[in-house]
Design a protein around this ligand. Structure first.
Ligand SMILES: Cc1cc2nc3c(=O)[nH]c(=O)nc-3n(C[C@H](O)[C@H](O)[C@H](O)COP(=O)(O)OP(=O)(O)OC[C@H]3O[C@@H](n4cnc5c(N)ncnc54)[C@H](O)[C@@H]3O)c2cc1C
Ligand SMILES: *[C@@H]1O[C@H](CO)[C@@H](O)[C@H](O)[C@H]1NC(C)=O
Ligand SMILES: *[C@@H]1O[C@H](CO)[C@@H](O)[C@H](O)[C@H]1NC(C)=O
Ligand SMILES: *[C@@H]1O[C@H](CO)[C@@H](O)[C@H](O)[C@H]1NC(C)=O
Ligand SMILES: *[C@@H]1O[C@H](CO)[C@@H](O)[C@H](O)[C@H]1NC(C)=O
Ligand SMILES: *[C@@H]1O[C@H](CO)[C@@H](O)[C@H](O)[C@H]1NC(C)=O
Ligand SMILES: *[C@@H]1O[C@H](CO)[C@@H](O)[C@H](O)[C@H]1NC(C)=O
Ligand SMILES: *[C@@H]1O[C@H](CO)[C@@H](O)[C@H](O)[C@H]1NC(C)=O
Ligand SMILES: *[C@@H]1O[C@H](CO)[C@@H](O)[C@H](O)[C@H]1NC(C)=O
Length: 786
């Protein structure tokens, strides 16, 4: 834990590392350093990229700046020091914990981890991103242009220059991820930097008159109208006077799988339905024209349509489709998660709906709902319409291992109840080589009905309520809705289908949820939307969430073609594969990346059964210092699914940003020991069965159990969140009742992944759609509605 305090010996080099200026986009220009492929002498096999830039206001009396730090993911922490020596200067330290940035201001005084220095205020801005290879932390640093240290009892204040300043950085690269002692804690102790340097920061070149524009466009993640309703109305007078209030029998909030199925079934029953979606069109079928793949222009197919572009969802430069007000992945466009996900499609086994897993007894038989779902959305194996498998080496290879271990080869969806010691090709609801799903089926039938209305780019803030009775939904759409309020007919109902995080946020803003979350809203820009105190409804919204813990193991085998790790698929795909797809929507691009799935039942030390799902694909992100065959990489993701007992909690901060308050993964040590045993058994004899196989993550310097112990919890996120508004017996343990109605309300319902009381057997969207079919039937059958 020793730190070098001074870089004085390097001072003669000042001026060699000159600041450069660059722009990320029109108004985002910085001055600083941009380094690529630097080699760390202490870590000779590791190269890294590092950019540190800052933009300053033109008003030199302002004491703040906007900073940008971009690093390759092997940077375990980066420290940006406002002076040429580490000691006694203000430093910003940042690292990535899963997809979350953890940051602090520090000042080094001694040969130890620099302690936290308080006074400066660092705020993460929305331009921060994480992709497969890099992270980018964009932040505002207020009260950051002068700092004070203690010199033998005397305070000494240093002020940042107005035109230039020698600055320095340190970085810790360590593939074993041990540079940060407790990655979730901003005040964590650290390993010393493995590399550092200094440069002369050109502050004058970093001054920009667009400074406030940069702040505005990056910090406003929600489009929130002025917080008082008077301002809102007056600013939209003309719109308000032309929009005529149209009441609806059902207002459904959120155009993901839950909301679209609800909207279709309820409009089919003849009710007047309004579906609100915050995002815009996605696939070509929904009118999407953004993101047409450059090599597929003649088809008009977008990244949301072409299954084989799935891996690039995470690697694009401007991934506008991700919800910007969550710290986890979520799709904020029409179709929700189903237009950006891998589309693995496994209708649930009947026993998933058992009371053992928290479902009310009325829900114990999903068979009819699954039949309805499959009638609309059949599953396709293989997804390519020429009925051939492409890039199938991972399947062939793993088949020879798993068959020797006594697993049976099956068409997985032929028997959805059989999930023990089986493997097969992945099943999808891609159809004819194009993403299908709710947007191509349920949404199309709804749209054909005159009693159905869809409003895009309409963000719902809260429900409008009078005690237990909901009268409408408050949105930001003042063009189509008078004062932005969608209203209900006298017996009308609202269904929230905004996903695990989105629905929880709307409930909080409506004064429904735990007190600490209501208090967050009370401190936010939309505090005025809260009902009076005596109307708050205390429910465990956000509690009891779960998500599959998942562990990735990375291997090489000479028989595997890693497809360049999917890195060239957007700009320069393999010519033959691209041409085949454009001509006939067949081939490698007709499928997303997974190639092999398996399941196994595990018996835990606590006597409970938990199931393990495996998904394997070509490519991966190994972490090893040993050399390996880079074209032969494949990954197996091991998920622990039905039967897991761990729970977490999600919530919002005072910017209304959704995040896991308590991480759900491995809270119960029995989950961890079950998965570790499952993985151990699954890979036993693999080297013998598959000559030439090398496991590269973990490599031969780390045992599997040490690897699992050290596995970053947030990296276990599988994007399969459920449970934030779970169904159940009463308002102490659940948020919605057997009919999906929010407890202690008269006409508010939830229909999305949030109601699912326990982790499903497989990737969630088939279970979400099954629950939506079952739930919407119960809501329609419930008396008292319009
Ligand atoms: C990266 C990723 C990969 C995945 N891969 C798979 C997979 O391969 N197979 C699988 O089965 N599952 C997968 N999933 C999970 C699956 O997509 C989700 O379980 C499913 O989409 C959840 O459905 P939902 O209806 O609950 O919510 P969502 O799909 O999240 O839909 C919510 C909708 O509500 C809208 N919304 C939110 N807030 C508001 C608001 N305030 N006002 C108006 N509209 C709002 C959103 O824009 C969105 O359209 C993946 C998820 C992710 C994120
Ligand atoms: C700014 O930071 C200093 C410490 O450097 C602190 O003493 C001071 O209170 C801070 N000022 C404000 C306005 O927060
Ligand atoms: C990397 O991690 C290992 C294991 O914890 C540790 O022994 C080593 O000192 C670390 N190296 C650096 C450069 O931090
Ligand atoms: C990943 O992010 C970095 C930093 O923002 C960017 O330079 C790089 O192009 C991105 N990679 C891809 C594949 O988009
Ligand atoms: C409402 O919010 C959505 C989603 O954030 C946004 O796209 C839209 O432009 C906003 N509308 C208005 C009128 O601000
Ligand atoms: C909400 O904030 C106001 C002041 O802004 C305060 O008076 C009130 O007590 C707060 N209510 C809650 C529930 O925290
Ligand atoms: C590396 O893998 C490729 C397949 O991706 C294979 O053709 C090649 O022989 C392998 N090289 C070695 C040295 O094993
Ligand atoms: C570990 O693997 C590397 C690379 O494959 C190899 O060079 C080394 O000999 C192996 N070490 C042991 C102890 O097996
Ligand atoms: C709520 O339901 C749970 C689970 O069924 C039960 O244990 C508990 O006693 C119930 N609480 C009340 C107040 O009814």
């Amino acid at each position: 834990m020793k730190f070098s305090l001074t870089l004085a010996g390097l001072l003669p080099f000042i001026g060699q590392a000159l600041a450069v200026t660059w722009c990320d986009s029109a108004n985002f220009c910085y001055s600083g350093i941009r380094k690529t492929a630097l080699t760390d002498p202490q870590n000779p096999s590791a190269t890294f990229d590092l950019t540190i830039g800052a933009a300053y206001p033109t008003d030199t009396t302002r004491t703040e700046f906007i900073g940008e730090i971009v690093a390759t993911k092997n940077a375990n922490w980066v420290g940006y020091d406002m002076g040429g020596s580490m000691a006694n200067n203000l430093m910003i330290l940042v690292w990535l914990n899963g997809n979350n940035f953890v940051y602090s201001t520090r000042m080094a005084t001694d040969y130890v981890t620099p302690p936290v220095y308080s006074g400066p205020v660092v705020t993460q801005l929305a331009a921060s991103t994480v992709n497969a290879t890099h992270w980018k932390f964009v932040f505002r640093c207020q009260n950051c242009t002068s700092w004070t240290y203690n010199s033998g009892g005397t305070p000494v204040t240093t002020t940042m220059g107005t035109t230039s300043q020698v600055q320095s950085y340190g970085i810790c690269l360590n593939s074993t991820a041990s540079c940060v002692t407790s990655p979730t804690s901003a005040s964590s102790a650290l390993q010393q930097h493995s590399y550092f340097d200094i440069w002369g920061q050109d502050i004058a070149s970093g001054r920009t008159s667009a400074y406030d524009l940069m702040l505005g466009s990056t910090s406003t993640t929600l489009s929130i109208p002025a917080s008082t309703s008077t301002t809102r109305t007056s600013s939209t007078t003309s719109a308000s006077s032309t929009a005529i209030p149209t009441p609806y029998d059902y207002i459904i909030v959120g155009g993901g799988p839950g909301g679209i199925i609800a909207a279709d079934r309820i409009s089919q029953a003849g009710k007047k339905v309004l579906l609100l979606e915050r995002g815009g069109p996605s696939t070509k079928e929904t009118g999407g024209t953004r993101e047409v793949a450059p090599w597929a222009k003649s088809t008009g197919l977008t990244r949301f349509d072409i299954p084989g572009l799935f891996e690039n969802m995470f690697g694009a430069d401007d991934p506008w489709w991700w919800c910007k007000d969550l710290t986890v992945f979520g799709g904020c466009l029409l179709g929700g998660g189903t237009v950006i996900n891998g589309m693995l499609y496994f209708p649930p086994p009947t026993y998933e709906f058992s009371s053992v897993y928290g479902w009310p007894s009325e829900w114990s038989n999903p068979t009819a709902a699954i039949a309805q779902l499959l009638a609309r959305l059949p599953s396709y194996t293989p997804p390519s319409s020429d009925n051939k498998y492409y890039l199938d080496q991972v399947y062939t290879l793993l088949k020879s291992h798993f068959s020797k271990k006594g697993y049976s080869e099956v068409v997985i969806n032929d028997n959805r109840d059989w999930k023990d010691s089986i493997y097969g090709h992945p099943a999808y609801n891609f159809h004819n080589g194009i993403r299908s799903g709710v947007t191509h089926t349920y949404l199309q039938t709804a749209k054909a009905r005159s009693n159905f209305k869809l409003m895009l780019y309409t963000y719902a803030h809260s429900v409008v309520r009078n005690g237990a009775t909901i009268t409408g939904v408050r949105t930001n759409n003042t063009i189509d809705l008078p004062n932005g309020i969608a209203t209900l007919t006298p017996k009308g109902r609202v269904i929230l289908s905004s996903g695990v995080y989105g629905t929880a946020r709307i409930l909080f803003t409506s004064g429904i949820g735990p007190t600490d979350m209501i208090q967050q809203v009370n401190q936010s820009a939309v505090a005025s939307y809260l009902p009076p105190w005596n109307q708050y409804i205390n429910l465990p919204v956000g509690q009891y969430v779960s998500d599959n813990p998942s562990i990735n193991l990375v291997f090489t085998h000479p028989a595997v073609d890693d497809f360049e790790n999917w890195q060239n698929i957007w700009d320069s795909p393999r010519t033959a594969d691209a041409a085949q797809y454009v001509a006939s929507q067949t081939g490698v691009f007709a499928s997303s990346s997974p190639r092999f799935n398996f399941w196994k039942a595990l018996w835990g030390a606590d006597g409970k059964t938990r199931w393990m799902q495996g998904t394997a694909r070509p490519g991966g992100w190994p972490s090893t210092e040993q050399s390996f065959n880079t074209t032969a990489v494949f990954t197996i993701t091991f998920y622990l699914s039905l039967g897991i007992t761990s729970r977490g909690r999600i919530g919002i901060n005072s910017d209304l940003k959704g995040f896991p308050l308590v991480q759900p993964w491995f809270q119960d040590p029995n989950d961890k020991s079950a998965l570790l045993k499952g993985i151990t058994d699954a890979i036993a004899d693999m080297k013998t069965n598959l000559p030439g196989l090398v496991m590269i993550t973990p490599d031969n310097t780390t045992t599997l159990s040490a690897f699992v112990d050290a596995y970053d919890k947030a990296s276990m996120n599988s994007n399969h969140w459920v449970g934030s508004t779970r169904i159940g017996a009463n308002s102490s343990v659940a948020v919605v009742d057997t009919n999906c109605k929010v407890f202690n309300t008269n006409n508010l319902f939830v229909l999305d992944a949030g109601i699912i009381p326990s982790q499903p057997m497989s990737n969630t969207h088939a279970s979400v759609m099954t629950a939506a079919e079952m739930g919407v039937a119960r809501i329609l059958a419930l008396t008292g509605g319009a």
